[in-house]
Design a protein around this ligand. Structure first.
Ligand code: URA
Length: 200
């Protein structure tokens, strides 16, 4: 069994938070182990809790549509969440729950070693872009430690605010462009330059 699957197996039995006792299933994440792109949402909802899989409800359907826009299927990327257990009545994750789950997420990132991490929504964004607001930085990336961090609105936001739909689609369509740009920079041996924060 791969180290990632073993890790997901451990996550399923995690009892660090009180909410663990009320869940149907924990939702560790799923997708390609060597994925170039890792999507990190907020927390499982009702559908995800039932199935133990990330983004399988209405927001997930929109995420699948977004992936199709850039010719990807969910099996070709990795999809997970900041916290791996559904909070009761879909409340926001608590700071302690986010802290408790952070080592799982960090280990997933270490094992997958994605070229790009796409944060979906504010909670995920807050882990990687401190003190920023999503309305300012959505659709922009930052390269740090060999990974491009890229912020997007949460797909569920488009279900409530229809006008965000086109913005989210446009942000998604930037992803292959950023990856291609980054690849051509590396091929020009620019990786020899000090790795500093660079906004795309
Ligand atoms: N919303 C999330 O943030 N994650 C899911 O897995 C589903 C909905």
């Amino acid at each position: 069994m791969s180290a990632l699957l073993e890790l997901c197996g451990e996550i399923k039995y995690c009892q660090k938070c009180d909410i663990a006792k009320d869940r149907t299933k924990a939702v560790p994440g799923e997708g390609a182990e060597g994925a170039d792109i890792m999507f990190i949402g907020e927390a499982p909802g009702w559908h995800e809790d039932q199935q133990g899989r990330p983004f399988v409800g209405p927001a997930g359907q929109f995420l699948d549509e977004l992936l199709a826009l850039i010719n990807l299927k969910r099996e070709q990327v990795y999809i997970t969440n900041v916290i791996k257990t559904r909070p009761p009545v879909n409340r926001d994750p608590l700071p302690q729950e986010i802290l408790n789950c952070r080592p799982w997420l960090d280990r997933q990132i270490e094992l997958i070693r994605p070229r790009m991490i796409v944060t979906l929504g504010r909670y995920s964004m807050a882990l990687f872009f401190h003190g920023k607001s999503i309305s300012q930085i959505h659709g922009t990336g930052q390269k740090r430690g060999g990974i491009i961090y890229y912020a997007m609105y949460h797909p569920a936001a488009a279900l409530h605010q229809h006008r965000l739909r086109e913005t989210i689609k446009a942000d998604m369509q930037m992803i292959p462009k950023l990856l291609a740009k980054e690849k051509s920079i590396s091929e020009e041996k620019q990786e020899a330059l000090p790795e500093q924060l660079s906004m795309f």
